[in-house]
Design a protein around this ligand. Structure first.
Ligand code: ADP
Length: 158
């Protein structure tokens, strides 16, 4: 059984993330979405809210679990018996950063491999930071985030 960890901030989860999760769930036996609770990075949404929104957005995908974590991703992966770190690639800008991250993680533990999936063209411009910016300026986020996320973000905007 191959378990893959999909780590990230998911602040909030977008259609781009969901695309990677759906594809990953077809390839691996289990995907654990690992939501980072980085103490140095003040998040937009609290970790519990991010986790709940991911759970609602992925409820139809059977082999997906969601969990928050602190510390090194590689330690979280080891704790769960995962062999794969799943990451998404949008552009060559992502590639530079992701390559370094993957090589760092490989150096920390060479048994855990990073696998990249390239997003579908229609989602390649989507980022959580763009969603936050659009929201702050009262723009329309319908095309960017799953329905439960849109509903929640609209409710807190009132
Ligand atoms: P991090 O802070 O770890 O970059 P993110 O939530 O921004 O967390 O991203 C998590 C993962 O999802 C990263 O591998 C990122 O490249 C990928 N990702 C983000 N947005 C998209 C998208 N629109 N399409 C595909 N992958 C994406």
């Amino acid at each position: 059984m191959t378990i893959a960890i999909y780590p990230g901030s998911f602040d909030p989860i977008t259609y781009g993330h969901l695309d990677i999760i759906k594809s990953g769930a077809e390839i691996f036996d289990k995907i654990i979405i690992a939501v980072s609770n980085n103490q140095n990075k003040k998040g937009f949404l609290p970790i519990e809210t991010r986790i709940n929104l991911i759970k609602e957005s992925t409820k139809d995908i059977k082999n997906v679990e969601v969990e928050g974590y602190m510390g090194l991703t590689i330690d979280f992966a080891k704790k769960h018996g995962a062999e794969v770190l799943l990451r998404g690639l949008r552009t060559s800008f992502d590639f530079e950063y992701e390559m370094q991250l993957s090589q760092t993680n490989y150096t920390l533990d060479n048994k855990i491999k990073t696998v990249f999936l390239i997003t579908k063209p229609e989602y390649s411009f989507i980022s959580s930071s763009a969603v936050r910016e659009i929201l702050a300026n009262k723009g329309n986020i319908t095309q960017f985030v799953p329905i439960p996320v849109e509903k929640y973000l609209k409710s807190i905007q009132l």
